[in-house]
Write a protein that binds this ligand. Structure first.
Ligand SMILES: C[S@@+](CC[C@H](N)C(=O)[O-])C[C@H]1O[C@@H](n2cnc3c(N)ncnc32)[C@H](O)[C@@H]1O
Length: 223
């Protein structure tokens, strides 16, 4: 057991090392406006689902967005987040530099899986981030741990209700991970986190995007 934990830590450190310092830039490049345009048209149905989800949560004050990239939500959709105390975190230096120069919200450049936050947040969300992290279960456990009330995690790369385990591979250039999330393994990890099975839902969601039409949404509602 002890060996198991040590091995996992070592394995995680090894996987983390492969992603390098410019993680994130591979998608967003230096042109945030282009990224905004493309993500707008990529996921219209998910965007609507997210807005519907938020619209009936009236007890949210503090919000953490994980893997905020160049700030589609806090900058392009600033009007939605103005009423919250929003914090965005991303491992990509250039994405966070962009956010800091275009917004007054709070932004941090760090690895979400490693960082120690001094406080929890009413609402934690991420879009298309769990698809590329180097440790899916740790990402999920950290999200649960930092959530006071609600969390909403969207994964765009499919919905896999029958797979026993997650599938996680480096992309062909070795610069980031491409993950396929097993619903069964997600369930096990959420139960292991201490959540009751009534406190989360894992469901499929159409995005409206041609290639990646069916994704996974994890909703957490702590009672
Ligand atoms: C596909 S992009 C999505 C960006 C943004 N959420 C959006 O939808 O426009 C994935 C983002 O996750 C960030 N990311 C990946 N692993 C991370 C980690 N361990 N900690 C913080 N950010 C991470 C990447 O840097 C990148 O900005």
């Amino acid at each position: 057991m002890v060996f198991g934990k040590k091995f996992q830590k070592y394995y995680r450190a090894l996987r983390r090392r492969t992603i390098g310092f410019q993680y994130g830039d591979i998608w967003q490049g230096k042109n945030a406006e282009k990224w905004y345009e493309s993500t707008d048209s990529i996921y219209p149905l998910v965007h609507n689902d997210f807005l519907n989800y938020l619209s009936d949560k009236h007890d949210i004050k503090s919000v953490l967005e994980v893997g905020c990239g160049p700030g589609v939500y806090p900058i392009k959709y600033k009007d939605i987040f103005e009423k919250f105390e929003y914090t965005g975190i991303d491992i990509s230096k250039s994405a966070i530099e962009y956010c800091k120069t275009h917004s007054d919200f709070n932004f941090l450049c760090d690895d979400f899986i490693q960082i120690d936050f001094p406080k929890k947040f009413d609402f934690v969300f991420s879009r298309s981030v769990i698809d590329h992290v180097y440790d899916i279960d740790q990402f999920l456990l950290k999200t649960v741990n930092l959530t006071k009330k609600y969390a909403y995690i969207y994964a765009y790369r499919g919905f896999f209700p029958t797979s026993e385990n997650h599938d996680s591979k480096l992309d062909k250039n070795g610069s980031y991970y491409v993950n396929a999330l097993s619903k069964k393994q997600l369930e096990k990890t959420l139960l292991k986190s201490g959540l009751d099975k009534t406190e989360f839902i894992i469901r499929s969601q159409e995005s409206g995007h041609n290639e990646w039409n069916i994704g996974t949404i994890i909703e957490i509602n702590k009672i």
